[in-house]
Design a protein around this ligand. Structure first.
Ligand SMILES: [Zn+2]
Length: 173
């Protein structure tokens, strides 16, 4: 089973910047611990939410992850982790990015997906993975939403809509 780990949007603005939260910070710290342990042997891809000034998303969320600013860079704590970086301007990390090609080059069939926010970019990326026929595992303890209820609702929809297996990172063998 060829697999890859997709860490969704652990960018400064989502961890402790413009749209940061304690939920996100805690998930990022657990993810850092997990990634530190697997980085020598596993394929890791970091997606980075990045927008040009005046992007339409700002009407909904306020300005965040502006290109060329620290807000759209990988969270400082994770800088030393080895892995590919993929900039994305849409909730779905497959949309208009080289992500699918990278995964094909890696011959990955199973994707472990986790990050911020569970109900927005993680869910949309899981949807993108489903329609591209990947097998999907969501590492629930490494995901976070601003509101906890949105996190739990999203986990149950990802399981129901996309057949994602919901797992704790401690169960990864
Ligand atoms: Zn965004």
């Amino acid at each position: 089973m060829n697999r890859a780990f997709i860490a969704v949007d652990f960018v400064n603005d989502f961890v402790d910047g413009a749209l940061g939260s304690s939920n996100a910070r805690e998930a990022a710290e657990r993810a850092l611990d997990f990634l530190s342990k697997i980085q020598q042997t596993e394929k890791i891809i970091f997606t980075l939410d990045t927008h040009p000034s005046g992007d339409k998303e700002f009407k909904l969320w306020g300005e965040h992850c502006l290109e060329g600013t620290p807000g759209s860079e990988l969270w400082n704590g994770m800088n030393a982790i080895q892995g590919k970086r993929v900039r994305k301007g849409n909730y779905d990390a497959f949309f208009g990015t080289p992500l699918e090609q990278y995964l094909k080059d890696m011959q990955a069939q199973t994707l472990y997906i986790f990050g911020i926010s569970t109900d927005i970019c993680v869910s949309s990326t899981v949807s993108g993975a489903f329609y591209r026929n990947f097998e999907i595992i969501v590492l629930e303890d490494l995901c976070a939403s601003l509101r906890k209820e949105d996190h739990y609702t999203a986990l149950s929809s990802m399981s129901r809509l996309y057949g994602a297996r919901i797992m704790n990172s401690k169960e990864v063998k």
